[in-house]
Design a protein around this ligand. Structure first.
Ligand code: VG1
Ligand code: CO
Length: 544
């Protein structure tokens, strides 16, 4: 079989965002669009000869077609082995696990995560390196540079590989293995948590939970682990079959999009525990009986209680959070006398810290929590961590969280998203804010004084690389903080994210509604940035 060198035209819009390249499916369907980006990855990591590649995706529309294209290109580029999840499926954390376990040179994950799927919706592709984590900024930039000068890609003509059967096919020098997407990951989870103790929770009969897989990739993983290995009743996992359009919804585990789950935790006969994960299985939302756990608090609570978990019983080296995430975990780290790092948004910034052993746990406000067991955030892992904690403490979720607030105080947090805003106007708003930064300290907005403000930049402590323009931070004299940044995962216009948080430790003020507790800050944000004037929006589209 001869390798085909197919001529192609470079595209100038293949710059990856916060997590890989995300575009509408129709854009990916342009001739050469997917191929160019894949060839750019292969050129960047070349030579590919003799190397092993992991391949899988979240099962969204166009996943199967893309998998076949990439397998053919992997053969054309000389890989010696390609491990493909059965039916083209691999959750993001499972892909990370498989890359690490098999010492692959990296993996391609096809996902647009929490973005909707379908012929008119979103598709995405990202490359993870040999540590199993998202490509670093440097590697991402190198891939982007390759896309700009692409003139041809390499592939071969072969019949489609059957993706629905486990097994091995040899094509030329490349061995293609269709692997069980769940087993390696489930085994890893079983090795980290106290499954015997957790089984007891379900045997008791008075603990009831639901896991909403949101018609996305985690259904098979959750069924295997929760229902099969831990003995939760059949039906514990809902929306457990991955669908190409996620049932028409946004596979985003928050109070707005996971409303089916939220309803089960409220009402006359609420469950004790609820959880959901996103399109590619790396995000998590955890809920108690009529009780919401903010992801920032979740990270802080998991850190404070890590010694309950077999995998972390020996202690944790440090923690990290993305900059917009509340400072709840910082307080825990201080009390534990371990370092706490503040990184830009996106999991790629945790990789070096994890590889260097500087941190064990890390997380983001956007429902992402993880540890050094893989190099991605991990939705099901977070749910298992909470289950292990509940089984150890024998307390309801709400009690665990309230006790934490009593000990450490509470960091009220909310994020207001303005979606599909006109890009030019959003850019103007951020530029205007940046210009104002030097004059902000001392200014009073809605009765609150600005203490300091900056445009967040990050110096990686391991490789010394510098990342700039990661969001405008404004600190206020009531202990509050407001962050303004533009999303790097959207596919339509711009999404403005406004993050607000404020610390409270007065015992009688720990149980407020976050929107209420943060109402003054919300006014400050409006007055300071002129959100209405710039975006024309009266209120945010999504509040989390
Ligand atoms: C969002 C989140 C960020 C997360 C990223 C990828 O990015 O804010 O915290 O790492 O999505 O998550 P942005 O640039 O839109 O704010 V996922 O689950 O899409 O891989
Ligand atoms: Co995701």
């Amino acid at each position: 079989m001869t390798i085909k060198h197919v001529s192609t035209q470079a595209f100038d819009d293949q710059k990856p965002g916060t997590s890989g390249l995300r575009k509408k499916v129709t854009e990916f369907q342009q001739t050469g669009y997917l191929e160019n980006f894949v060839q750019a990855i292969f050129n960047t990591i070349s030579p590919c000869t003799g190397k092993m590649l992991v391949l899988g995706g979240d099962g969204r529309f166009y996943n199967r077609e893309a998998i076949q294209v990439i397998i053919q290109m992997a053969i054309g580029n000389g890989f010696s082995q390609v491990l493909v999840g059965k039916n083209g499926i691999l959750s993001t954390p499972a892909a990370s696990c498989v890359i690490r376990k098999n010492k692959a040179c990296g993996g391609i994950i096809l996902s647009a995560s929490h973005n909707p799927g379908g012929p008119d919706e979103d598709f995405g592709i990202k490359f993870n390196g040999e540590n199993g984590g998202p490509a670093s900024e440097k590697l991402t930039e190198a891939i982007f540079q390759q896309t700009l000068s692409m003139t041809h890609y390499q592939t071969i003509d072969t019949t489609d590989i059957a993706l629905d059967q486990l097994g091995t096919t040899q094509v030329e020098q490349t061995q293609i293995d269709i692997i069980d997407p769940v087993s390696d990951y489930a085994n890893l989870m079983e090795s980290m948590f106290d499954f015997d103790l957790m089984k007891g929770l379900f045997k008791r009969g008075d603990f009831r939970m639901c896991f909403d897989a949101m018609h996305a990739v985690n259904g098979p993983y959750a069924k295997e682990i929760l229902e099969k290995r831990l003995g939760a009743p059949t039906g514990t996992v809902i929306n457990g079959i991955p669908l190409t359009d996620f049932g028409g919804g946004h596979p985003d585990p928050n109070l707005v999009h996971a409303h089916e789950l939220v309803a089960l935790l409220h009402g006359d006969d609420p469950l004790d525990f609820g959880a959901a994960s996103d399109g590619d299985g790396d995000r998590n939302m955890v809920l108690g009986k009529a009780f919401y756990i903010n992801p920032c608090d979740s990270l802080a609570i998991l850190t404070a209680n890590a010694d309950c978990i077999p995998a972390y019983a020996k202690g944790i080296s440090g923690v990290a959070r993305s900059m917009p995430t509340s400072r709840a975990v910082d307080r825990v780290a201080k009390a534990m006398n371990i370092p706490c790092y503040e990184t830009p948004t996106g999991w790629k910034f945790f990789g070096n810290l994890l590889d260097a052993g500087k941190i064990t746990l890390c997380g983001e406000e956007s429902f992402g929590t993880g540890s050094d067991h893989v190099r991605e955030k991990d939705g099901l892992w977070a749910v298992l961590f909470w289950l292990n904690l509940i089984a150890t403490k024998k307390q309801p979720v709400s009690e665990i969280v309230r006790n934490h607030w009593t000990k450490f105080g509470r960091d009220y947090f909310t994020r207001h998203d303005y979606e599909a805003v006109d890009s030019a106007n959003a850019e103007k708003m951020i530029s205007a804010l940046k210009e104002k930064i030097p004059s902000l300290p001392g200014k009073i907005f809605a009765g609150i004084t600005v203490v300091s403000a900056d445009d967040f930049q990050y110096r990686d402590p391991i490789d010394n690389s510098k990342t700039t323009a990661q969001g405008v931070r404004v600190y206020l004299n009531n202990g509050g903080r407001i962050v303004f940044r533009l999303s790097g995962t959207g596919t339509q216009g711009a999404t403005l994210r406004v993050y607000l948080d404020c610390y409270q430790n007065k015992p009688d003020l720990l149980g407020q509604e976050p929107q209420q507790a943060l109402s003054e800050l919300i006014e400050v944000a409006q007055a300071l940035a002129g959100i209405k004037q710039f975006t024309g929006r009266e209120k945010p589209d999504v509040i989390t």
